[in-house]
Design a protein around this ligand. Structure first.
Ligand SMILES: [Mn+2]
Length: 340
């Protein structure tokens, strides 16, 4: 059993119970952990508060998680910037999940910073912004924000406060952040949390199907193209990377979310220990980094483009354009990995 500070728990409870307007927010390009922790937190909070609750995301919801309860209620900044800003500015409590600083909410950063609300963080990333948040439940040792949220709410309101639908949300985020218990799951607490969620009749196999067996035909064809035409393997330094131009994406009609998980294919090769995916956007290049073994991609991404994340999975943005980004990444990988 995980124990959070009792004083922190009491403060959080009184904030939830005493607030009139609560905004929940998570990071841009939401993944399963962001979706699951926001939707699950919303269900627990609304059962213990009379407040008006708004869920906000900076960028469109990934439709693979449409099976989760409350998915349709999330307000997206790119559709309704005014509404999202207003919700943050008028909130007396903001609960941020699965992010560690304001840059992770893109165009909502200013409102998140300027809002006079109490700001609570539930998260498992390193280096949370302690000036931004007043109360932090931030523990990087946890597999996922969803696991942390499970232990937090179980302590705050008891096991029974997590109903079947909330359990489906939290279990989904644990599964996506651990690749269905393949990584970031060294601690036995993740299995214990999962076990306690599974007994709530959540249909784990059904959740696996929703998340994993959901490719469109176009997406599968694109993966074929990606592996044969856009994968560069630098086996002498145990690295590999994908690179996609806007034209590549247009040609197959794929969206950013269709590339979710593709970077992991680099690590499926036995001899590869570091993988990168570079995807061109109209004004920047998005990078995803993955590693197995000892290499810390979070530090690497941070040094290179001011990115961040976890030691085995990190992200960054480049404004150099695709070609120059690819060149620089290749050079820096060589410098970092040849030393090893
Ligand atoms: Mn996470």
């Amino acid at each position: 059993m995980i124990e959070f500070d009792k004083k922190d728990i009491a403060v959080f409870r009184s904030l939830i119970e005493g607030s009139h307007s609560i905004a929940l927010i998570s990071h841009t390009n939401a993944d399963g952990d962001a979706m699951g922790s926001m939707l699950g937190t919303k269900r627990v909070v609304e059962a213990h508060s009379k407040a008006k609750i708004t869920m906000l995301l900076p960028s469109p919801r990934p439709d693979v998680f449409a099976y989760l309860p409350g998915y349709g209620d999330i307000v997206v900044d790119s559709d309704n910037h005014e509404g999202c800003t207003k919700a943050l500015m008028e909130a007396d409590l903001i609960i941020a999940v699965d992010l560690n600083n304001a840059t992770r909410v893109d165009n909502l950063a200013q409102a998140l910073v300027e809002s006079q609300a109490h700001k609570v963080l539930i998260d498992h990333h390193h280096s949370p912004d302690r000036n931004l948040f007043h109360l932090l439940f931030s523990i990087p040792e946890f597999s996922s924000t969803c696991e942390l949220a499970y232990w937090l709410f179980a302590q705050m309101y008891g096991e029974e406060a997590i109903d079947r639908e909330t359990a489906r949300c939290l279990y989904s985020g644990i599964c996506t952040d651990t690749g269905f218990f393949a990584y970031s799951c060294e601690s036995p607490t993740v299995y214990e949390a999962a076990g306690r969620l599974v007994v709530k009749d959540i249909d784990p196999a059904g959740i696996h199907d929703e998340i994993s067996n959901c490719f469109s035909i176009e997406r599968m064809r694109f993966y074929g193209f990606a592996l044969s035409e856009r994968l560069v393997i630098m086996d002498d330094i145990k690295a590999a990377y994908f690179h996609f131009s806007l034209d590549d994406q247009k040609r197959f009609g794929v969206e950013p979310q269709d590339m979710e998980g593709l970077v992991n294919y680099t690590l499926m090769m036995k001899e590869i220990e570091v993988g990168v995916l570079m995807r061109e956007e109209p004004t920047r290049v998005k990078l995803s980094f993955r590693a197995k073994g000892d290499f810390d991609v979070s530090t690497f991404a941070n040094k290179l483009f001011g990115g961040g994340g976890h030691t085995k999975a990190a992200g960054a943005n480049s404004t150099l354009g695709l070609e120059a980004t690819v060149e620089l990444v290749e050079q820096k990988l060589r410098e970092a990995l040849e030393k090893q």
